[in-house]
Design a protein around this ligand. Structure first.
Ligand code: RRO
Length: 321
């Protein structure tokens, strides 16, 4: 049996449901030495802002049990250099680009969406309204439904491609935020950004990160991410979801699809294993086959269907029980 891995995310056809995660593979160039980026579902680029940025001081990463904390602070080349060098390179490689944009005001997001009009290779825009590493926590648009909606509405007015709003798990009710961004014009949501965390040095008892707090990612956050996907997909059926948070195997990816994601991003796993995107894709195919699914489309959201039957045959051992 062969499995049809193709999927559709906010109306955009993708050959596989496994994408990079924003911030974990820059614009794909370095990753291309390990995996053919044109074979990925898409490359989700590091959030780009209007101007170049050096980001926060070092140290900017700290290891934690089953995860890591980052405090990069939106380092990037700025939209001019991105449009000149990064996006054309992805297009020349035949990769689909999901361009993540970030701003410090509604106007900056709108300008970025305008600058992306007509860009070759652009499949979707991911509107990053949930970076935890901004100096002013009051500027995390995704922590307020009206602020999130204002950004998304301005981007939707200017964008030529479907837009996904990337949300933060650090809220009381993620469904309320998801509903607000969809009502404001988002074509789907990306769930989730990192969780705000802190690590202290055991000897100095001072924060390890120069930026003090940072975003927690990796397997430690996976149940939180899966819960967010489950809640949003359950409350807003039909709203496309790109799921992410600690995925490092095909079995992990399958959980997100079953919870309602149409595609997934693999992020932190790439740092330790640059080949993980290809491995996760292969493992996902094997898992689908093992469970008797002939296509990714058939498994999306199945966890919400009471009494759904997994299609696979019982193993001999199970039959004996
Ligand atoms: O650059 C960062 O520090 C960063 C961003 Br923009 C984000 O969205 N999430 C994160 O964990 N780090």
């Amino acid at each position: 049996m062969s499995v049809d891995l193709s999927t559709t995310l906010a109306g955009v056809a993708l050959p596989t449901p496994v994408l990079t995660a924003s911030g974990c593979a820059a614009a794909g160039r370095e990753l291309d030495a390990f995996v053919d980026v044109s074979g990925l579902g898409a490359v989700v680029t590091k959030s780009v802002m209007r101007a170049p940025r050096t980001g926060r001081p070092t140290p900017r990463m700290a290891e934690t049990p089953s995860g890591m904390l980052n405090s990069i602070g939106l380092q990037g080349p700025g939209i001019d250099a991105f449009l000149e060098h990064d996006l054309p390179w992805l297009a020349s490689r035949g990769a689909r680009a999901v361009v993540s944009i970030a701003g410090s005001s509604v106007e900056e997001y709108a300008e970025l969406a305008g600058r992306l009009r007509g860009a070759a290779g652009l499949a979707l825009i991911e509107v990053n309204i949930s970076c935890p590493n901004v100096e002013d926590r009051g500027k995390v648009f995704a922590c307020s439904a009206p602020a999130a909606a204002a950004v998304v509405s301005a981007v939707a007015d200017r964008a030529e491609v479907p837009i996904l709003a990337k949300l933060s798990p650090d809220v009381t009710d993620i469904v309320a935020i998801a509903r607000a961004v969809v009502d404001a014009g988002a074509d789907g949501v990306s769930l989730i950004n990192t969780l705000l965390g802190l690590v202290l040095d055991p000897d100095t008892l001072r924060p390890v990160l120069a930026g003090i707090t940072g975003g927690l990612s990796g397997p430690a956050v996976r149940p939180v991410a899966l819960r967010c996907v489950w809640q949003v997909a359950g409350a807003l059926p039909g709203v496309p979801v790109l799921g992410m948070g600690g995925i490092r195997s095909g079995a992990d990816a399958l959980q997100f699809l079953a919870a309602g994601a149409s595609a997934v991003s693999v992020g932190t796993a790439v740092f330790g294993d640059p080949g993980s995107l290809q491995r996760v894709t292969g493992e996902l195919e094997a898992e689908l086959e093992r469970l008797g699914y002939s296509s990714v489309a058939d498994v999306i959201g199945v966890a919400h269907r009471p009494g759904h039957e997994v299609a696979r045959e019982q193993t001999n051992e199970e039959a004996r029980l």
